[in-house]
Design a binder for this molecule. Structure first.
Ligand code: NZQ
Ligand code: ZN
Length: 389
């Protein structure tokens, strides 16, 4: 186990009555809030009206940035920063999923900063402080409700980039699994794939003696494998939705990262796919992760074989380490398919990919690398994309 610092200051409010805490949390940050939300699901399911009613009862004046799209855009972040500065707003409130939350994070970081907010995403500068951020989560997937990350796409060049900072951790997050009842099956499935991926990125490590976090991650992954089927079969199964929602937050709040080094190569490759083809992040991961595993098995089969045996019940006498690992990949693909997810680019309707272009956008120079379980250069990304075709 390697040295670590663990800090996650997010206040998590969970369950059927969670929204009743919104007023008491919001008033701590003044009487002006910016409400950020997406393309209309929160209006259709009545959540928007409930939130506005609570804010109004608590004498909080509300400005809005709405119509945030999946794979959210930088221009909306800039727009939100301008509104907050002009109106002297004290709280940014995200009502939605990862795309909405990440936009709200960009706004919250940008308001007190004098430079260009995109610098944070390009790794040129680090934010010193941010406006308080409240989250009302409607889709368990990204883990952004408790994560250190914000991921935004710059329309200029379609660069999808993320940055990690403690200023990205929400001040409070309100999670009621009932709000995920209205998710279309496709989004439910994408969410389960992303949650699994956040745990797999951490599970695949070369750091030895990480038994506790291995077991915690295994518990999270088994919880998703079991409950994904339940929520797909019965979208209003509260207990199954609750298991998925809480696992989604814990999967990405860095607890499962303690004492180990994560990989994150698959996320890097996927972000190029969703920037270029505007596919859902979870669907992109269902395509990229199996391809990455097949590529990684050649160098380091051991942890992938452990994953196959412990998580996907491949028998220890199935074959040698590599055969066990590859059977695990096959079973993972079967799981994704059973959720209706694509596991190849072609199944997502993506053909004629310019592999070099995507690989070079991910890693612009020959020396640049990503990943730790296996270290990828841009030529490796080309090979992974070919395996994903
Ligand atoms: O826009 P609306 O109408 O609200 O519809 C949304 C959207 O179309 C819909 N939806 C959300 N809640 C719903 C609902 N529909 C019905 N009922 C509900 N309760 O779902 C669609 C997808 O929403 P989105 O926010 O894009 O999904 P997700 O939470 O998966 O977020 C994806 C984004 O997060 C980034 C991804 O790259 C992607 O841009 N990520 C953010 C991370 C982070 N900040 O820590 C980590 C992740 O690895 C990921 O990269
Ligand atoms: Zn993800």
């Amino acid at each position: 186990m390697i040295d670590f610092v663990f800090q996650n200051p997010a206040k998590m409010i969970f369950g059927k009555t969670a929204l009743s805490h919104l007023g008491e949390e919001a008033v701590k940050y003044g009487d002006k809030a910016l409400l950020v939300y997406g393309g209309g699901s929160v209006k259709r399911n009545g959540l928007y009206d409930q939130v506005i009613a609570i804010l109004t009862e608590n004498h909080i004046q509300v400005w809005e940035i709405s119509g945030i799209v999946p794979n959210p855009r930088l221009s909306r972040v800039r727009e939100g920063i301008a509104v907050c500065r002009r109106e002297g707003i004290g709280l940014v409130l995200a009502l939605g999923g990862g795309s909405v939350i990440d936009t709200a994070k960009g706004i919250a970081n940008g308001v007190p900063d004098n430079g260009d907010v995109w610098d944070f995403y390009m790794g040129k500068r680090t934010p010193k402080k941010a406006l308080p951020l409240g989250v009302i989560l409607t889709i368990p997937a990204s883990g952004s409700e408790m994560s250190y990350s914000s991921v935004i796409t710059n329309e200029d060049g379609m660069l999808k980039r993320g940055f990690n900072s403690v200023t990205n951790v929400p001040t409070f997050s309100i999670l009621n699994p009932e709000w995920s009842f209205t998710l279309p099956p496709y989004q439910t499935a994408c969410g389960c794939v992303d949650i699994m991926a956040h745990m797999m990125e951490r599970y695949f490590t070369l750091v030895p003696h990480v038994e506790l976090t291995d077991r915690l991650i295994a518990a999270g992954m088994k919880t998703i494998l079991h409950n994904a089927f339940l929520v797909m079969a019965n979208p209003t199964d509260y207990d199954a939705r609750a298991e998925v929602m809480w696992t989604g937050a814990l999967a990405h709040n860095t607890l499962l990262h303690t004492g180990r080094v994560g990989d994150w190569g698959s996320h890097k490759v996927e972000h190029e796919l969703s920037a270029e083809y505007d596919i859902a992040h979870g669907a992109g991961l269902a395509i990229v992760f199996p391809a990455w595993m097949k590529y990684a098995v050649v160098q380091h089969p051991a942890k992938i074989a452990q994953f196959a045996m412990e998580i996907l019940d491949v028998p220890a006498d199935f074959g040698d380490e590599t055969e066990i690992a590859l059977e695990g990949v096959k079973r993972l693909e079967t799981f994704y398919k059973s959720l209706g997810m694509p596991t190849r680019l072609s199944e997502a309707g993506i053909f004629g990919v310019d592999y070099d272009k995507l690989a070079t956008r991910a890693l612009p120079t020959e020396d640049a690398t990503v990943g730790a379980y296996i270290v990828l250069h841009n030529k490796d990304i080309v090979e992974i994309l070919k395996l994903a075709q």
